[in-house]
Design a protein around this ligand. Structure first.
Ligand SMILES: [Zn+2]
Ligand SMILES: [Zn+2]
Length: 128
């Protein structure tokens, strides 16, 4: 009986992160193409139209801000120009900052930049 947990776990986590990043990128290209197929190439906020080279400035925004929520009918997508997209997200970040200062997570505020902070918590719970 050899326990599966070894010191190579840290290396594996790096691998998982790299894998997740690559996956995210692939996914992004896929849903962007789909969204551009479904919707007219117009910013949903300011109404500017984009075509040719300018199309790069049109981004796919997730209405619920969950980039993993990509229903094929496009109901979670909104085409926004870079400018409006930025606005949308800075507003959301402010809202998020408020919810994250809930009393019981005050100590873990340093974990904001750690993508696997939640995973760590889950693993710790399991070990209890
Ligand atoms: Zn716009
Ligand atoms: Zn967005």
């Amino acid at each position: 009986m050899t326990p599966k947990k070894t010191s190579t776990d840290t290396g594996r986590q790096d691998q998982i992160i790299a894998e997740a990043r690559r996956h995210r990128k692939q996914q992004e290209q896929t849903y962007r193409a789909k969204a551009l197929n479904i919707y007219p190439h117009i910013c949903a906020r300011c109404g500017r139209e984009f075509s040719g080279k300018k199309l790069r400035e049109l981004t796919v925004h997730h209405k619920d801000h969950d980039h993993d929520n990509n229903p094929p009918d496009g109901s979670n997508w909104e085409l926004l120009c870079l400018y409006c997209h930025d606005n949308e997200h800075s507003r959301h970040e402010v809202a998020e900052a408020y919810t994250e200062t809930a009393p019981d997570v005050e100590q873990s505020s340093s974990s904001i930049n750690r993508p696997f902070a939640n995973l760590d918590a889950l693993l710790k719970n399991k070990e209890k």
